[in-house]
Ligand binder design. Structure first.
Ligand SMILES: [Zn+2]
Ligand SMILES: [Zn+2]
Length: 493
């Protein structure tokens, strides 16, 4: 800039700077100080106070950056230091250009630093990833473990994260949208764009992990709190009859009917068994009657007593079951109420709140999951769910593991190997089980069991098994009945 265009007083310097930077909003301007803000988005804004000291412009401008929700103390210090050096350098020339120089530097910083709206969160993320390497137990499996890393590309708003735990790894990038924590359609509408780069988790697990992480981002940019976003992002959907929805207001009667049905089914199975026994006795008695030819009056009386006893037994049996059913019914009611509360909270907040900063939540989710998954213990057998060797895990899912589908009914023609039995499966509550452990838990009474994991206690559900207690009961009763039929048949052979 040539000398003749330079202003010669504070007011002319300020008005020239304002003309050059119309996007900077001047709130207060006096010959002694100036308060202004620069805003890239509503969430990326810096407020400053510039004070003209005695002897300005030979003495440097005093630059104060406001500390607020966007500018944490660390950033305030960093900016004030940089700008201070800049104006000290300009003061040596003694010209009225320090406001312009400060604004130039500040606008370019705000415009090019995509991390500004998540500065605080980002620092927490860096600390989290770095400390995740330290707090390990005295575990042999960890001795040769690669460290997790985090790297930043400021101008692109890109974060590269490599997460390692034992032999497993999950490498990804996260790109911060310029409008963060809001999103701009130009960047695919994600406030944080998570992309998986490489991993040695099988694709089913990758998908669970990545898609849930992306869901958390989506929910939070819609204004959901961290807790609700985590809950709503659960990739496992509950079956319809699991929910206490609005139609369920009349549930008093329908639920009673349901329990009645369960009772009847059990009753039917048992009754059939007793009726069978009775028939056998009748036919035996008939043979005796026919052989001794006394008209059978005494025998009929005895048979009537026997039938009465049988009915009494059936009644006793159903009474015990009724009590068990009632307990189950109360438990189910609790679960449904819990579901209802959560979903109501969600709808209350939906679309009524500001987009929520989600970067730290996202990174913490990934760090916790990658670590948690590797160290997860099966709630049934208390053994680790994942094998030490990632290749072994991939072979458990088999070569068909492409789209993350896993339906046992489609695979029935395959011989059941130990590997398949030990395959990890994630239930609705978020816990991981061995497939065979989960099968036992879900298909044998007591039904509708709570997850045995400490602090979990939610109902165990996996979409590959029926979620309806009635159906599980029915399936079990049918299997039991078949078993008895076989036993009965054996007796006649
Ligand atoms: Zn197990
Ligand atoms: Zn659980």
């Amino acid at each position: 800039m040539s000398t003749e265009t330079l202003p010669s007083s504070i007011p002319s310097e300020v008005s020239e700077a304002q003309a050059m930077f119309p996007s900077i909003k001047v709130l207060t301007s006096t010959p002694h100080f100036l308060i202004a803000t620069y805003e890239r988005t509503p969430y990326t804004r810096i407020k400053m106070t510039l004070t003209f000291p005695e002897g300005y412009p030979s003495h440097p401008l005093i630059v104060n950056i406001d500390q607020d929700a966007i500018v944490p103390p660390g950033l305030k210090k960093k900016l004030e230091k940089e700008l201070g050096e800049l104006v000290r350098e300009r003061a040596m020339h003694g010209q009225y250009d320090q406001v312009r120089v400060v604004w130039e530097r500040l606008t370019s910083f705000v415009d090019t630093n995509m991390f500004l709206p998540c500065w605080k969160e980002l620092k927490k993320c860096v600390d989290l990833v770095r400390t995740s390497n330290n707090d390990t137990s005295s575990n042999d499996r960890k001795t040769n473990m690669k460290a997790s890393t985090i790297a930043l590309v400021e101008s692109k708003g890109k974060i590269k994260i490599n997460l390692h735990n034992e032999a497993y790894f999950y490498n990804c990038t996260i790109v911060i949208d310029p409008a963060y924590p809001d999103y701009s359609p130009a960047t695919g509408g994600k406030s944080c764009l998570l992309q998986l780069q490489s991993t040695n988790f099988p694709s089913t697990i990758q998908t669970l992990l990545t898609s849930q992480a992306q869901e958390i981002v989506r929910r939070m940019q819609e204004g959901l709190s961290q807790e609700r976003a985590m809950f709503m992002s659960n990739p496992i959907r509950l079956p319809k009859n699991f929910h206490l929805n609005k139609e369920d207001d009349t549930s008093g009667t329908s639920r009673a009917l349901t329990q009645e049905t369960i009772k009847n089914i059990k009753h039917d199975t048992e009754t059939l068994k007793r009726v069978n026994e009775l028939r056998k006795k009748e036919s035996a008695a008939a043979k005796i009657t026919m052989s001794n030819g006394n008209g059978g009056y005494q025998d009929h009386k005895a048979m009537a007593k026997e039938r009465k006893d049988a009915r009494r037994n059936i009644h006793k049996l159903t009474e015990v079951e009724r009590e068990a059913d009632q307990k189950l019914q109360e438990k189910e009611k609790e679960w449904k109420l819990e579901e209802k509360k959560r979903s109501e909270g969600y709808y209350d907040l939906y679309n009524t709140m500001e987009p929520q900063p989600c970067l730290y939540v996202l990174v913490k989710f990934l760090v916790d999951k990658v670590r948690g998954l590797v160290e997860e213990v099966c709630p049934c057998c208390k053994e680790r769910v994942l094998p030490d060797d990632p290749n072994e895990l991939i072979s458990m899912y088999g070569p068909t593991d492409k789209n993350g589908s896993d339906h046992p009914q489609q695979k029935q023609h395959h011989p059941k190997s130990t590997k398949k039995k030990m395959k990890p499966m994630r239930t609705y509550c978020g816990c991981w089980y061995h497939k065979s452990c989960l099968n036992t838990l879900l298909t044998e009474p007591p039904f509708g069991i709570e997850c045995p994991t400490v602090d979990c206690g939610r109902r165990v559900f996996h979409p590959d098994w029926p979620g309806d207690i009635r159906q599980l009961e029915r399936d079990w009763a049918a299997r039991e009945a078949r078993k008895r039929e076989v036993e009965d048949a054996m007796l006649f052979l």
